[in-house]
Each structure stands twice: as structure tokens, then as C-alpha cells.
Design a protein around this ligand. Structure first.
Ligand code: NAP
Length: 243
């Protein structure tokens, strides 16, 4: 099977590391992004320089029409989509729940869950035996992120539930659906939360005594997508340094 993967939010952070690793392992990669074209193009340039296949495609994956265009463009470019990584996600400034507006709550929920739902739906319509999906949740789904971003944590809890249900729904078709829950990883996301150095501040709370690298999350995603995980579905891999 020719391996064709869409990585949502593939231009930066964990998504960029995943796009590059999957290309090294022979996948043709659609590097999806929302607005930062230059980051996605940099990932594509690196993949092509290493002899891989990739293209960048702008789509807000919480928007149904844009998701449909994303899948159509990938099929047109590389043929049947065999793998999907639902990685795109957002969070906002650290706040207590009492200070979170309904507008913010709805934006986090829509971006983080609707995107996962829409991309999973378009993927399973097309996928066959041997295809696989990995959803990127968060350790926050277990902790609830009190005093920081309960809205974000709740959206990740929903991704866990969606993963479990869908994995059972499509298992008979031979499609695997799994989830990776990163812990504190060095990416720009913490700047969006209002604390760029959050990983360093909290690293002594991590049993392994350090923050994680995007590459370390990408390794888990790549394993779950691969045939090495051919009897693995509906599971959650915590890449959290022991938390
Ligand atoms: P990041 O560096 O902030 O990158 C986020 C990526 O998502 C960007 O490529 C961004 O596109 C894209 N994106 C955001 N909204 C989108 C939308 N509506 N449509 C399409 N793309 C969208 O984040 P990250 O830290 O790598 O996080 C990746 C995933 O890991 C997220 O789901 C996050 O919740 C999860 N995670 C991260 C950590 C951590 O410590 N970093 C911990 C646990 C879980 P643009 O580049 O165009 O803006």
C-alpha cells in the first residue's frame, strides 16, 4: 500500500516533527496548517531535500468545507489517504474557569474537537483494512488543568472518548484508531498560554526531570500508525516523562 498521510497542524511543533519523521519512513505527507504558511513550507522544503514527498495545504480543520477540500486536495496530489494524524490544537491564556468566556470556551471546543471529528469522518469514509488514525490528546485530559485551561483539558477528554468509540466502530474494517497524550513538550503552544517558559518552570514535577521534545511525541505517533502496531487499537500512549 502507498502510504499517504494528512498531518493536521503539521507546520509547527509536534506536527512538524511528525510530518518530517513520517516522510522519512516513506509516507507522502500533506502538511496542513491554518495560517502560518512559511512554517509549513519550511517543513515541505526539508522533506523534499531529504528525498521525500510532501505538500502544504491551508485549511481550518474546524471548518467542514475546508476539511472536505483538504481531503480532496490530498487525494488529487497523492492518491488514496491511508493514514491521518489529528494534531491541530489550540489553547488560550491561563485562567480560572470563572474567568473563561463562553466565546473562548466554544472556540477551544470547536477547534480541538470538531476538527478531530470532521477529519476522522472524512478519513473513515475512505479508509480500508490496514489504514490507521492517531489523535493527539493531552495529559490534560487526565489532570483537568485546574487554574490553567479547563476548557482545553475538557476538549482533550472528548478526544479520548471519540478515539475509544471510533476505534471500536471501525475495528471490523481493519482500521486502527489510537491516541497519543503528550505531557509538557517544548513548543510555541505555551507562549499562546501566556507562559513561554512553562515547560522549564514545571520540569522538576516531571519524574524524568525534563520537558519532552516534539520528536519524542512524533516517535510514538509513528509507531502507532505503523504496521509494528498492527494489533493495537483504541489505546492511549502517554508521552509525559512519567506523569
Ligand atoms: P503548536 O506548536 O502551537 O502548533 C499548533 C499547530 O496547529 C500549528 O501548526 C497550527 O497552524 C495548527 N492549527 C491550530 N489551529 C488550527 C486549525 N483550526 N486548523 C488547522 N491547523 C490549526 O502546538 P503543539 O504544541 O505542537 O501541539 C500539537 C498538539 O499537541 C495539539 O493538539 C496540542 O494540544 C497537543 N499537546 C501539546 C503539548 C505541549 O506541551 N506542546 C502537550 C499536550 C498536548 P499554524 O501554524 O498555521 O498556526
Amino acid at each position: 500500500m502507498n502510504k499517504v498521510v494528512i498531518v493536521t497542524g503539521g507546520g509547527r511543533g509536534i506536527g512538524a516533527a511528525t510530518s518530517i519523521l513520517l516522510a522519512e519512513r516513506g509516507y507522502a505527507v500533506c502538511v496542513n496548517y491554518r495560517s502560518r504558511h512559511e512554517y509549513a513550507e519550511k517543513v515541505v522544503t526539508q522533506i523534499k531535500a531529504q528525498g521525500g514527498q510532501a505538500f502544504a495545504f491551508a485549511a481550518d480543520v474546524s471548518n467542514e468545507a475546508e476539511v472536505i477540500k483538504l481531503f480532496a486536495a490530498t487525494e488529487q496530489k497523492f492518491g488514496s489517504i491511508t493514514h491521518l494524524v489529528n494534531n491541530a490544537g489550540i489553547l488560550f491564556t491561563q485562567s480560572r474557569l470563572s474567568d473563561i468566556s463562553l466565546e473562548r470556551f466554544n472556540e477551544v471546543i470547536t477547534t480541538n474537537i470538531s476538527s478531530c471529528f470532521l477529519c476522522c469522518r472524512e478519513a473513515v469514509k475512505r479508509m480500508k483494512n490496514g489504514c490507521a488514525i492517531v489523535n493527539v490528546s493531552s495529559g490534560a485530559a487526565r489532570t483537568g488543568s485546574p487554574n490553567e485551561y479547563i476548557d482545553y483539558a475538557a476538549s482533550k477528554g472528548a478526544i479520548d472518548t471519540l478515539t475509544k468509540g471510533l476505534s471500536l466502530e471501525v475495528a471490523k474494517q481493519g482500521i486502527r484508531v489510537n491516541c497519543v497524550r503528550p505531557g509538557l513538550i517544548y513548543t510555541e503552544m505555551h507562549r499562546d498560554g501566556g507562559e513561554p517558559n512553562r515547560v522549564d518552570r514545571l520540569s522538576t514535577n516531571i519524574p524524568l526531570q525534563r520537558g519532552g521534545k516534539p520528536q519524542e511525541v512524533a516517535n510514538a505517533i509513528a509507531w502507532l500508525l505503523s504496521d509494528e502496531a498492527s494489533f493495537v487499537t483504541g489505546i492511549f500512549v502517554d508521552v509525559t516523562g512519567g506523569n
